[in-house]
Design a binder for this molecule. Structure first.
Ligand SMILES: [Zn+2]
Length: 162
């Protein structure tokens, strides 16, 4: 009894799917498309788009050069929790902890962005270029030499012509 119920249900589903697959109207086709869409909201992070100034490669970094409002809220909440936890010791003066928390956060944020901003294609590091131009040029040269050495090593030797 149960089996046949299941069977008829499956048949029904197959019918529905077939109808949708061969749906003649736009409305039904839309329903079909919606069946395969996830109901999860996709996370949309702001993306920092720019072009590498030396090799013109399209670069994309999640986040941005400067901390966002979201980060102020996060650090603010951290210092609020810290204030509550240390209330018997510092009372409301614990809120001053926002400053050291922010300093630590910004150090890590800058290190992260600095590491990401260097171009993986040509080895150009804008931060280094601003402070030590010659060093940045040397670094780029080393990067490109290594890159082409690898490419040349992979290439089979051309047959000797005699
Ligand atoms: Zn580049």
């Amino acid at each position: 009894m149960k089996e046949s119920m299941k069977d008829s249900k499956m048949k029904n589903l197959k019918d529905v799917y077939f109808k949708l697959k061969t749906a003649p109207t736009k409305k039904l086709r839309k329903v079909k498309l919606n069946l395969f869409k996830t109901s999860w909201k996709e996370k949309t992070e702001p993306v920092w788009n720019f072009i590498c100034p030396t090799c013109k490669a399209q670069r994309m970094i999640i986040g941005g050069p400067r901390p966002k409002q979201k980060h102020y809220v996060q650090v603010g909440l951290t210092s609020a929790v810290f204030t509550l936890l240390t209330w018997p010791v510092f009372s409301w003066k614990g809120l001053v902890s926002f400053i050291p928390f922010w300093m630590v956060f910004e150090i890590f944020y800058r290190i992260k962005i600095r590491a990401l901003v260097g171009c993986p294609h040509c080895g150009f590091d804008p931060y280094l270029f601003l402070s030590h131009e010659e060093k940045a040029k040397q670094q780029m040269k080393d990067h490109l030499e290594k890159k082409y050495e690898k490419i040349l090593a992979k290439k089979p030797e051309p047959p000797a012509t005699s």
